[in-house]
Design a protein around this ligand. Structure first.
Ligand code: ZN
Length: 314
């Protein structure tokens, strides 16, 4: 973790009545193995990263924010309960409406707070594929009535100058889903990766929503070379040990994981192994930081890699 990440504004935490703690609560992925007990109430934290840009962790995907006297921006909305705490504690908000909220993609742990956020923001922005993916997922889950969708969408790049900052959302093609964007705060030099980055944990890969492991490698390489070498990267999820922020080198660790996963599965397919046997591996050798006892998401990763590598080209 980066030293700059520890620039915690403790006075804000105290004034907001919020408690800081380790990142584990913030790291709950969108499709975890079934929990044995009901989840504990979310413990939330605001952390300033650089300039007026910071993160909020609670439950679900990490929220990024810009807060100063001229502008308020949020990246992702977690869930209804935690986004309410976010709105209550956002530094210096004082009842102001947000200028804009960006959804990095459609998953419920990144858009579940949209309904609470909607009356508190002038606009919700997402990639053009997001509303349809969000609708499809909600239809399947029986949660259509709870959905609030982006009012502004774009196919490639969205950019806005606000509060002395330049905020950009950029689509790089299919990876975790087919609607993920990278959001940058250019002057603060902070890059929010959403779920294009899972920090040292097996990722969620949503093939029904158009995910692609192979193109995910390209996206990570683009993200590593596009931004300044001292950029602070914000991650949708991370392990308790590594947390939800990092640097360029971290991106390449995850790139290497996906490349090794695909190479492993390709080799197994070539050896004639069936999908069920390939997907039964407990942990992928070479990535001890990712390791978790079964049930973990590696099996899903292996199965998705198998499907991707064996799918017929139309
Ligand atoms: Zn996701």
């Amino acid at each position: 973790m980066n030293r700059r990440d520890f620039l915690v504004n403790s006075s804000l935490l105290v004034s907001a009545g919020l408690v800081a703690r380790a990142q584990s609560a913030a790291s709950a992925p969108s499709t975890p193995p079934a929990p044995k007990a009901p989840p504990a109430p979310a413990v939330t934290e605001f952390r300033l990263l650089r300039r007026d840009v910071g993160i909020f962790t609670g439950r679900g995907g990490t929220i990024g924010w810009l807060a100063n006297k001229d502008a308020l921006v949020a990246v992702d909305t977690q869930f209804a309960d935690t986004v309410a705490l976010f709105l209550a504690g956002l530094p210096g908000r004082g009842g102001r409406k947000l200028d804009v909220v960006i959804n990095t993609h459609h998953h419920g742990d990144h858009t579940g707070g949209n309904a609470i956020m909607k009356p508190a923001t002038h606009s919700i922005v997402a990639h053009a594929n997001v509303p349809k993916l969000q609708f499809n997922a909600a239809e399947k889950a029986g949660t259509l009535t709870k959905q609030v969708y982006a009012d502004t969408t774009f196919p490639n790049v969205w950019r806005r100058e606000v509060g002395g900052e330049i905020v950009t959302a950029q689509y790089h093609g299919p990876a975790h889903t087919s609607g993920d964007v990278i959001v940058t705060f250019e002057k603060a030099n902070v890059v929010h990766m959403g779920d294009l980055f899972f920090n040292r944990i097996y990722p969620v890969v949503d093939r029904p929503s158009g995910a692609s492991f192979r193109h995910w490698i390209t996206v990570l390489e683009e993200a590593a070379k596009t931004y300044p070498s001292d950029a602070i990267y914000v991650f949708g999820h991370g392990s308790a040990k590594y947390g939800v922020t990092g640097q360029r080198g971290d991106l390449l660790v995850f790139r290497d994981y996906i490349a090794a996963l695909l190479a492993h599965v390709e080799k197994q397919i070539a050896a004639g192994e069936p999908k069920a046997k390939i997907a039964a591996l407990e942990n992928l050798p070479g990535f001890p930081d990712f390791h978790l006892p079964l049930p973990n998401r590696l099996s899903g990763n292996l199965g998705a890699a198998y499907d991707e590598l064996t799918e017929k080209k139309s």
